[in-house]
Design a binder for this molecule. Structure first.
Ligand code: NDP
Length: 247
């Protein structure tokens, strides 16, 4: 693959926001490596549906648990081996543990931090030696960093609030290289993590002036704008795309 070909690494990419993002990147002609944790079958099916057999390989699927530092390091190395460099890192994998403070399990607390915060740092750090100047890092946080209108969201909200600070610090560190770092904060999106028919749905809809759940494709479109040359001046920002959830 030529050195001027754009390459994206998506952490957590075979359903929900990750899938919509991988598809948008692929349709824009960008080579994409994405990780999954659980279902090889589903991940392979997605690649099969997108990758044309008569074209050079432009999608790479890698099994990696985002809580496992070594697995993430290997995933970045596999991406570089296949495509040569990485222009865009999209840190999407996320874990939702719901428990009120009187019952929070320490293992769940640590797992939430490992997946929702530490993995963003690891993939970014490991990719940086292979990122040309002008690259992009996009973290997928949540509006729950600033508003938790349901019980049991303490550790999830805490982890997403940590992403706000991490994003700011990373953006400052990488600005001299013109690498921007931003944090997209979606509102309620109809995905496996938060189905619009799930336990939270009725409660959450009353906080949505727009009157409906968000679509994963709407977040993917913001990712595509953030990787565009026009977005080069936006860095360190946390961008709410939430149907008015935080108004
Ligand atoms: P989904 O449940 O549809 O997808 C979650 C993704 O994260 C999957 O690709 C999943 O892969 C991956 N993932 C979870 N744990 C791990 C792990 N340990 N290792 C590797 N991958 C993992 O959820 P969404 O698309 O909704 O979530 C995407 C991001 O958006 C998350 O960061 C979430 O916190 C955030 N978000 C979601 C909102 C919503 O309402 N849905 C609202 C605001 C933010 P696998 O199945 O293989 O584990």
């Amino acid at each position: 693959m030529s050195s001027n070909h754009s390459v994206a690494f998506v952490q957590g990419g075979y359903h929900g926001i990750g899938k919509a993002t991988v598809e948008a990147l692929h349709h824009a002609g960008i080579a994409v490596a994405f990780t999954y944790q659980k279902s090889k079958e589903q991940a392979d099916a997605m690649v099969h549906a997108l990758q044309k057999p008569d074209q050079p390989v432009s999608i790479l699927v890698i099994q990696a648990d985002s809580a496992d530092e070594q697995a993430l390091q290997v995933a970045i190395q596999k991406t570089v081996k296949a495509f040569g460099h990485i222009n865009f890192v999209i840190n999407n994998a996320g874990y939702l543990a719901v428990s009120t403070i009187d019952k929070i399990d320490t293992v769940e607390f640590d797992k939430t931090i490992a997946i929702n915060v530490r993995s963003l740092m690891i993939t970014s750090r490991e990719a940086l030696p292979y990122m040309p100047n002008g690259g992009r890092i996009i973290n997928i946080g949540s509006v729950n960093s600033e508003r938790i209108p349901f019980e049991g969201g303490a550790i999830y909200g805490m982890s997403k609030a940590a992403v706000v600070g991490l994003t700011k610090g990373m953006a400052r560190d990488l600005a001299p290289r013109q690498i921007t770092v931003n944090n997209i904060q979606p509102g309620p999106i109809n995905t496996d993590m938060n189905p619009d028919t799930g336990d939270f749905a009725d409660a959450l809809k009353q906080f949505l002036p727009i009157g409906r759940y968000e679509k994963a494709e709407e977040i993917a479109s913001l990712v595509m704008w953030l990787i565009s040359p026009e977005a080069g001046y936006m860095t360190g920002s946390s961008l709410n795309m939430d149907g008015g959830f935080t108004i």
